[in-house]
Write a protein of this length. Sequence first.
Length: 197
Amino acid sequence: MQQENSQASVSGAMVTCVECGNSFPQGEVIQFGGYSVCANCKPAFQQKLAEGSFRPGSMRYASVRRRSAALLLDSVILWFTMSISFLAVFSLFRAHANEPRVLITLYAIWYFISFAATLTYMIFFTGRFGGTPGKMALKIKIVRADGSAVSYPLAAGRYFATFVSSITLFIGYFIAIFDKEKRTLHDRICGTRVVRA
């Protein structure tokens, strides 16, 4: 890269920004440790350097489309699981299903089972394999900013951070469309990235 930049400065050719991939005249880019960065990409590049996440060519960020498909697949898996648990809980108390107090208790039990199952599903698979079955099927995984694996505590924190992305009218999810690293709000909160496996 350094040799390429020195040749560019001699010949007056264009230099490629290591962040956005666009070409600029030599005088319009900034040099960081042998890498050329345009003025627009400088803040993001400095943030990556501060996080220790800059590894050129090492991480391929998962597209929003692929991430959405993985989320849909996980939702189907969880819906199927919750439907089975719903039928199991209510079949146990079918004889008392018309009593309001029993119905309220059954819904409370089912809600607790559903929440616990979803929590376990998201945290276990993310902490153990770097992604849920939906993400694994789409060949993507969650990593830290430096590309290392996420821990169980970080997986738990990221799961709860998805609620923040949801209560903002899902804007926390949509911002990934405009982010160079395809980060959602919960990715930003937890310092994670979703990459191609």
